[in-house]
Design a protein around this ligand. Sequence first.
Ligand SMILES: [Fe+2]
Length: 234
Amino acid sequence: MAKYHRETDLQLLTQDELDEILDMALNLSDELEFIDRPWRQIAYDSTQKDIERVTGDTRVAREFYRRRLIMARELGFHQTGVKEMVIDQYRLPPRIHKPLATKVSEMFDISMNEIDPIIQIQNEGHILYPHIGHARNSSIFCLLQSNNERTIWYEETKPFKTYSMYRIPDYSKLKEAEETRLTVGKWTTFMHNQWHAVKRDGDPKKWRVNLNIDFASLPYDELLEKIDKWQKST
Ligand SMILES: [Fe+2]
């Protein structure tokens, strides 16, 4: 059984509501609020100088750069025709955000300040390099539109230090552990606090858009328990 994701039969929004959200994403509606993330200051193509400027620490910058080179070698990079996917994240307008967060809070008995429903849009590139969640530990993920990308989770073969500033792994100490192609419209639990990557073959035909109900610190196992409990009670 899969350890890091699980398809559910949850219907947290109607099809009309999901369609409306996809439409807002595809049109980059003014109602969406762009979420800036500080770690976006470092991109895969940043030079060691750029990284040093952001981190203010030469040793750390050197380590990030070393990890970068390992991933470039193992997974490809722009010079070998592999382009990094860029994810833009948006907060839903309060008229959708609030009722959805309230519903999830009541259904699964999760505190409101844990819950953040967001939209993610990826419109170019081939790979989202392995990373772990920053502002979330677990989530319930609903893909709205995709190019049938693969999501891959990894396990560490040897422990290595993780930096909060930039969640880049030492890829030489990771092995692939689980892979899936998420299903459009299926609410799927998603373990964020485990190294994972997204890959697509070739250039995207469409934007990849997903709705994510993020839980800031809720451990993935507890999320599964809460969903099971709710399903038993209905
Ligand atoms: Fe992720």
